[in-house]
Ligand binder design. Sequence first.
Ligand code: ZN
Length: 212
Amino acid sequence: MTSREPARTTTRRTPRILVAGLLVVIAAIAAALGYQASSSSRAASPIDVLGSEHRGALGEADGAVPDGTTVFDDKIPGVANLDPALLGALRQAATDAADDGVDLYVDSGWRSPKYQEQLLHEAVSKYGSEKEAARWVATPNTSAHVSGDAVDIGPFDATAWLSEHGAKYGLCQIYRNEPWHYELRPEAIDHGCPPMYADPTHDPRMQPAEHE
Ligand SMILES: [Zn+2]
């Protein structure tokens, strides 16, 4: 006995079944296209947009990550060059998130200084001024991505999961304007995450002049 019953297709309304079949095909194509569109324009983050624009110019060796990269992809430099403690926390969190049916993807992790420089350059032309660009993209000297201490997570349900559960792993959102940007704050495990900065321009680390 097969589960398919061709006899039914002749007695019942064949055209409707053909139409249904066509719809399935169309839906599959649409889903495939939709997936591509949504994964390349998973663009809540301006940095994502910049990153995808630069994917051609800058390779994985500089920290560009292909769509669908996870915290377990340790052959990808953007993941492998993250601080081991941050990566460990991310992997624990990703494992538990998966149990909740939520997949964590890495939109950006470690970046080479060259990559960060290009992102900054791009941001200046995108936002029109260095001052405005600084709200979104750090310099190679100040970026926590360049030091391997920051990761941009997507998509939305993953960041929503992290914002609820991240502190348990020491994973904290740092900037209110960047819900995708996470860094390790081990003290958060006991005390919760520290208050967020409104944006990176309020972060003392982003003002090297004050340190030097
Ligand atoms: Zn970031």
